[in-house]
Ligand binder design. Structure first.
Ligand code: IVH
Length: 696
């Protein structure tokens, strides 16, 4: 017999080889488990993973004396952490937009100069920015009352996080009491992270103890902080560094806020600097990009923030990211490896996405075994073939990509990749719409991949947030016929006894999932709309729809009305700023399908859908009104005026119609003001407008 024991059927293994095989399988499966559960990025297709587990079990059955103490059969995945209380953040914790090159940074600054009227057209007026290295850890918010630490929470979905106070208390460099001059209530935001040396030492320790390894310092920090048992967190070398402060008596600038935080005993990144234009920022960026590998911790970019906090407040947010800050990412890390095979994944909306199955390779500290190839044209353009040696890259938490092919290394027998014209999951035809890059499966609900992916989306964090109900669970519940359409999720409890018997479910994990499902029965309209997985309707669009229509019933009724493209309801829909005809088409296509309407009927029966509440704004004079701006305003730019109006609960439209409530006319208001008067719509000047929004 020749070659590897892994090619030998279980029945033909000698005890010696069986022992080696069990060791190999334990290591492989642990590695794949870690990638799946800790890194959230599976390294192998499920079928391959399942085959490894089955082989492990077969060998164990033949050689019971050789079963290892760390045998994968004794362990079923990694328990997802849960059981933390939920905490609603006093102010949402948002994310950042990215800049990838100098042009993006210049445009970021130019945009701010356009938004702030007093900076318009005068490059001589200084615009100071603070540059903070962006440590790749996890964001938390910590609260102090009367100078004492009282609460700490993870970012969660940005609105609601998890109470990890007990765990945060164990972090050595996080002050538990602030002596001097702390405000009565202080919230500090920052990053929990691990240095590279501490990360390596932790992994060595984990390995020696037969515990799972972490993929990178970020995951190690996240995994360590989210331990149910805080005494484990206490043994982990976590650090905290502060980058933001929320309190009644905030400093005047970001820079002062950071100095104050330092004074109160918080670690603030010492490389943080102030600059006054894009050239300076870019020079700093270049310097840091050179030095970053010599730092004790990973940074994945630099965050630039407008220094003046009053300007930050005025600039505000666009959907989930501030206008006043941007993350300038470092270039992607690259590596060379062999592309073994191109597989096709079918997504929730039926898109066929080609995936490169790679010889695993380390890229910037993380093992990469799969990379996206985007679509058919991309494969053609780069002429990527199975068996090719390829350059792969990954940047931050972005999905790894195949950049190019190393032509010299192409095997002689290689052939261009033939993209399938049928769905590999259900065999339906896969078509390309005109102008679209993606080929889509036409199977709709008969396609198991689409059904399952839709369910995964439905329960995901920003949708119903059913924690603990992972992709693998959904797949097996679906396969066993225990769930079909999304409404079935809310009937899972009826199958509790059946489910409990299955592999992958501990007693406690099922209880937790059922509890999360019960919590999910009450949901905001925006989350529900997002959860439906309508093409092009992400969180921001779902939010716009919720805001426009207010309640589930009103939304459904309006969408039914909008099916008639001549109707006011249709006009209203396409006129929602940020929606437009293409998104409207996708929403109406969704609503046009009978099975989708059945899903909505069913959800209506089992859920309590909370109507949209305009947060800051309900009481403002312009809440709920449709406002049109025309002409130029003296005191603020058009963008700022629009942002203010929206923050106060108004809708801003581009043109005047009989559904306009208010037209704000600047100095040179022209035809729009005229049309408004003809239609009998109220027209106000800038001064009146400022009074209307004052004090809110
Ligand atoms: S400010 C509203 N500053 O980056 C502004 N974030 O992509 C919110 N991060 O969740 C973020 N260093 O985990 C900010 N100096 C810094 C940061 C930083 C790291 C992380 C943070 C946040 C993510 C946003």
């Amino acid at each position: 017999m020749t070659g590897d024991p892994q090619d030998v059927p279980a029945e033909s293994l000698t005890p010696e080889l069986a022992k080696r095989e069990l060791a190999r399988l334990a290591a492989e499966i642990a590695r794949f488990d870690a990638a799946y559960h800790v890194d959230d990025s599976p390294l192998v297709p499920d079928a391959e993973y399942d085959a490894l587990r089955r082989r492990n079990e077969a060998i164990e059955a033949l050689f019971p004396a050789l079963v290892r103490p760390d045998s994968p059969s004794g362990r079923v995945g990694a328990e997802p952490a849960s059981g933390f209380a939920k905490v609603t953040h006093s102010r949402p914790m948002l994310s950042l937009n990215n800049a990838f090159d100098g042009d993006d940074v210049r445009e970021f600054i130019a945009g701010i100069r356009r938004f702030l009227k007093e900076l318009q057209g005068d490059p001589a007026i200084p615009l100071e920015l603070v540059a903070e290295p962006k440590i790749d850890g996890l964001a938390v918010s910590v609260r102090y009352e009367g100078g004492n630490f009282v609460l700490g929470a993870t970012r969660g979905d940005g609105t609601i996080g998890e109470d990890v106070s007990a765990n945060l208390r164990t972090i050595e460099n996080l002050p538990l009491a602030i002596s001097d001059g702390a405000p009565a209530v202080l919230e500090v935001r920052g990053e929990v992270y691990m240095t590279n040396d501490d990360f390596a030492a932790l992994n060595r320790q984990q390995e020696a103890a037969g515990e799972r390894l972490y993929a990178n310092p970020r995951n190690a920090a996240a995994g360590s902080l989210r331990q149910i048992d805080a005494s484990i967190t206490a043994q982990r070398p976590l650090r905290f560094h502060a980058w933001d402060e929320v309190s009644e008596q905030r400093a005047g600038t970001q820079w002062e806020a950071l100095q104050q935080l330092k004074g109160w005993g918080f670690e603030v990144n010492p490389l943080t600097k102030r600059f006054s234009n894009a050239d300076e920022l870019l020079q700093f960026y270049a310097e840091l990009a050179d030095r970053r590998h010599a730092l004790a911790y990973d940074i994945d970019g630099i965050v630039y923030k407008i220094n003046r906090l009053d300007w930050q407040d005025r600039l505000g947010f666009v959907s989930r990211a501030p206008r006043w800050a941007i993350a300038h990412k470092f270039a992607a890390e690259k590596a060379v490896t062999v592309l073994r095979e191109i597989t096709i994944q079918v997504g929730r909306t039926g898109t066929l996405t080609p995936v490169a199955e790679l010889e695993p390779v380390t890229v910037g500290g993380v093992v990469v075994a799969r990379a996206t190839l985007h679509n058919e044209d991309e494969i053609g353009r780069k002429d990527i073939r199975e068996g090719d040696t390829v350059v792969v890259q990954r940047a931050g938490d972005v999905i790894p990509q195949v950049v190019s092919v190393v032509a010299k290394k192409r095997p002689r027998a290689s052939r261009p990749f033939a993209f399938p014209d049928r769905c590999p999951q259900c065999g339906s035809r896969a078509l390309r719409e005109e102008g679209a890059a993606a080929r889509r499966c036409t199977g709709g609900l008969v396609c198991p991949a689409q059904a399952v992916e839709r369910l995964k989306h439905f329960v995901s964090r920003d949708a119903f947030d059913i924690e603990g109900l992972g992709g693998k669970h959904i797949e097996s519940l679906w396969k066993d016929g225990l769930i079909g359409p999304p409404g079935d999720i809310f009937r899972l409890g009826e199958h509790a006894d059946t489910i409990r018997e299955r592999e992958g479910w501990g007693e406690r994990s099922l209880e937790n999932v059922l509890a999360a499902i019960e919590r999910g029965r009450t949901i905001s309209l925006a989350r529900l709309i997002y959860a439906l997985g309508i093409r092009q309707v992400g969180q921001a669009t779902a939010q716009l729809l919720a805001k426009q229509y207010g309640s589930f019933d009103a939304w459904r009724e309006a969408m039914e009305g909008a099916e008639d493209r001549e109707s006011d309801a249709f006009d209203d829909l396409v006129n929602v700023d940020g929606i437009g005809p293409s998104v409207a088409d996708d929403i109406l296509a969704f609503m046009g399908e009978a099975h989708n309407r059945e899903v909505l009927d069913e959800l209506d029966r089992v859920l309590t859908v909370e109507p949209y509440v305009a947060s800051e704004a309900a009481a403002s004079a312009i809440a709920g009104k449709t406002v049109v701006f025309t002409g130029s305003l003296e005191s603020m730019s058009r963008s700022e005026a629009k942002a203010r109006a929206e923050a106060l609960g108004a809708k801003v439209a581009g043109s005047v119609s009989n559904r306009t409530d208010l037209v704000v006319g600047g100095a040179d208001a022209g035809s729009k003001a005229k049309k408004a008067r003809e239609l009998g719509v109220e027209v106000v000047d800038e001064e009146t407008w400022l009074r209307m929004i004052a004090g809110s």
